[in-house]
Design a protein around this ligand. Structure first.
Ligand code: HEM
Length: 337
């Protein structure tokens, strides 16, 4: 049930695009107004959230660690799991961002014959890695629609991605991988009772929106063909704030564009913001060097303290009268702080 409303929402977006695409005014609205508005929300929302994270003070070193800290020279330390220097932290971040290293360590806990059994579970890591890398490849390939002349690296990625030359137009490896990965990520939320229990409609919404963008793109490539050259003209026009409304803006393309716009506008408000957040996560990007280096909180201000010795001195007579033990000498001479 939790998946039904997000699924209906994505289907409603597709239906809206299809219906609005039947009238000229609807085409202009969907092809010009909506993409600009969505891109503006994405850009400002993304920057706002990243800047807010960047401005949040992190006065203490709070990295999560899961390995030996650097200490004595003869004790082997784990530089990636417990980074001691900035470069160690860079290495840790690079592996996290490029290979999702912390997800690789994901373990599964199961009850087997009333005993807790811990085991490896690499499928989520593999699914997540497959999804993110193929999405990146698809987005980079899309640059051919927005940049003229098409950069060499985009052509190279395109060539490699369709290296098997299967079908006409040829099937991209990234397309097959992303569909498989997204279906796995959705199925995982349905199949695993624990994950199903903690899943919220917004978890499904992100997946369904991305699946909608991918499937509508595939539909355009293999089923309802679109005039890619004319769409490139339109996209280049959009990029230079001079949009051209042509007959290439078919309902199928508008469905793709509206779903993509919905992803863009929803992005800053959603968990998809982890793309920006991972770089600013102090539990990952800080070196754990609090023992070798003194970090003074730059926001410290002088605080008026009242030590126990001072307190005892203040109430000495009363404490004595009540025959309570005293810790400091008479005449206000303090022995403890
Ligand atoms: C989140 C963003 C997007 C995703 C995930 C996405 C996904 C896809 C996918 C999977 C395809 C199938 C073929 C391929 O892989 O190239 C495709 C095709 C296509 N997409 Fe996108 N797309 C996105 C954004 C856009 C945008 C902003 C445009 C606007 C110009 C666009 C225009 C097209 C066109 C014209 C095709 C057909 C290409 C062909 O027939 O070769 N896409 N898209």
């Amino acid at each position: 049930m939790k998946a039904l409303s997000p699924l209906l929402a994505v289907l409603a977006i597709a239906l809206l695009a299809f219906l609005a695409g039947q009238a000229h005014a609807g085409v202009v609205f969907l092809a010009v107004v909506v993409p600009y508005a969505a891109f503006a929300v994405f850009l400002f929302g993304f920057c706002y959230r990243v800047l807010r994270w960047a401005w949040t003070p992190v006065p203490f070193r709070i990295p999560t660690t899961c390995g030996q800290q650097k200490s004595l020279p003869w004790i082997k330390s784990a530089s990636l799991d417990n980074p001691a220097t900035g470069w160690d932290a860079v290495g840790r971040m690079a592996l996290e961002i490029l290979l999702f290293r912390s997800l690789f360590r994901n373990n599964r806990a199961r009850l087997h014959d009333a005993r807790l059994v811990l085991g490896d579970d690499r499928t989520l890591w593999l699914g997540a890695l497959a999804f993110h890398w193929s999405l990146l490849v698809i987005l980079l390939r899309h640059l051919r629609l927005f940049v003229q002349p098409v950069p060499v690296f985009v052509k190279a990625i395109d060539g490699l991605d369709s290296i098997f030359q299967v079908g006409l137009p040829s099937v991209y490896i990234s397309d097959v991988v992303i569909v498989g990965a997204l279906l796995y990520l959705v199925a995982r939320r349905f199949r695993n009772p624990i994950v199903r229990y903690v899943s919220l409609p917004i978890d499904y919404l992100a997946l369904f929106l991305l699946l909608g963008a991918v499937l509508s793109g595939l539909f355009m490539r293999f089923v309802v063909r679109v005039d890619v050259v004319a769409i490139k003209q339109f996209a280049l026009g959009l990029a230079v704030f001079h949009p051209l409304i042509t007959s290439a803006l078919t309902p199928m393309f508008l469905i793709h564009l509206l779903i993509v716009s919905a992803v863009a506008a929803y992005f800053p408000f959603s968990k998809l913001m982890h793309v920006g957040g991972v770089f600013l996560s102090p539990t990952r990007n800080l070196a754990n060097n609090s023992r070798s280096k003194r970090h003074v909180n730059p926001w410290n201000y002088p605080v008026k303290t009242h030590s126990y010795a001072e307190w005892e001195h203040e109430f000495r007579d009363k404490l004595k009268a009540a025959k309570l033990p005293l810790e400091t000498e008479d005449a206000g001479k303090t022995t403890i702080n």
